[in-house]
Design a protein around this ligand. Structure first.
Ligand code: UFG
Length: 335
């Protein structure tokens, strides 16, 4: 049985990926410090798959603990999700973002190198493209100056990994996510925003549930068909499955170079108003909203060119926006 370390394995994308890994017969080791996740997720994963992953409550900024983990666990691959991810917060506390997102990454890569462990998958983001000059966005689109310390940690992270592949046997894939949404069909795991949600779907869902009065739609004067910003919303289960495909690519030595990058998106762009309309249609719930000013740092439109991931990884999305929105609602109903 192949062993995989999933850092941040109790988080939103991490937990869904752990489920898919277990479904595919991998033995999963989770490292999570519970900074933005709950220990109950471990039992939820277990109830979905029937198998309890090994859990390590380790803070990846603790170099000695990271060293200890890798010395004692010869994993066949590492999927690294653990990171801070709030764009606005990263502007307020940039150094914490750099320490956590960059420091941890460096320690993991050092210890993997020390133990000759060579397969690494990194959570990156479409944020590296900024406002791309051409749509849809291919992997060859230039990386634009980061709009936030968070975005910068993804860019720097990719650079660090690329440099590490040059001096070792490390093989790495950076997966650039567009906008991950939705929940597992069991509604046992999902996104757990702490406090006021910053992202669109959790806010929509909480407004429909009556937890928030009104959704603010940020910007209605964009150069898009209905004036609201356009994104590529992708079901988290499709994202999770891409990680298994990418990991197998490395384990089976099918990678074309030591550092590869793939977009994970659906290829379809939807505006904020389209998302609201679709949500209301599939759930029968009303979402109160008002049009307000643009949010600083937001781009007009971003959606993926999926050709490279589809053809080279042999992966494509299977779930629709409607299915993703309905699953997000079903998850909310359990909370
Ligand atoms: N939006 C609203 N109201 C809200 C929340 C969001 O109108 O209450 C809009 C945003 O303005 C944007 C769209 O909904 O047009 C999507 O916003 P999200 O916050 O859900 O997602 P982003 O596209 O801003 O986030 C993505 C990635 C991040 C990345 C960021 C960079 O998920 O990882 O792009 O801009 F950092």
């Amino acid at each position: 049985m192949k062993k995989v370390l999933v850092t941040g394995g109790l988080g939103f994308i991490g937990s869904h990926t752990v489920v898919e890994l277990q479904n595919e017969g991998f033995e999963v080791y989770i490292i999570d410090n519970l900074s933005n996740s709950k220990i109950e997720v471990l039992d939820k994963i277990t109830s979905i798959t029937g198998v309890k992953p090994s859990f390590f409550n380790i803070d990846l900024r603790d170099k000695a603990a990271v060293k200890d983990f890798f010395a004692n666990n010869k994993v066949d691959g590492t999927i690294h999700f653990a990171a801070y991810k709030a764009v606005g917060e990263s502007v307020q506390i940039p150094l914490e973002y750099y320490e956590n997102n960059i420091g941890s990454l460096v320690y993991i890569l050092q210890e993997m190198k020390a133990n000759n462990l060579n397969n690494f998958i990194f959570s990156s983001s479409c944020t590296v493209y900024g406002q791309a000059d051409e749509l849809p966005i291919t992997e060859n689109a230039p990386v634009k100056p980061a709009e936030s310390p968070y975005g910068n940690t993804k860019q720097i992270g990719e650079e660090i990994i690329k440099d590490a592949t040059k001096i070792s046997e490390l093989k790495a894939i950076a997966l650039r996510y567009f906008n991950p949404i939705g929940s597992h069909e069991s509604a046992k795991i999902g996104e757990l925003p702490i406090g006021v949600p910053q992202n669109l779907i959790p806010y929509v869902v909480q407004t429909a549930a009556g937890l928030r009065d009104e959704l603010s739609v940020f910007g209605s004067d964009y150069n898009t068909p209905d004036g609201t910003a356009v994104r590529d919303y992708i079901h988290v289960v499709d994202i999770a499955k891409a990680h298994i495909v990418a990991l197998k690519r490395l384990i089976e030595d099918n990678n074309k170079s030591q550092f590869e990058v793939f977009n994970l998106g659906t290829g379809q762009g939807n505006s904020v108003l389209e998302v609201i309309k679709s949500f209301e249609k599939v759930t029968g719930k009303k979402v109160n909203f008002k049009l307000v000013a643009r949010r600083e740092g937001d781009v007009t439109a971003a959606y993926a060119d999926t050709n490279y991931a589809n053809n080279e990884l042999g992966w494509k999305t299977e779930l629709s926006l409607d299915e993703a929105l309905l699953s997000a609602w079903k998850w909310q109903e359990t909370l």
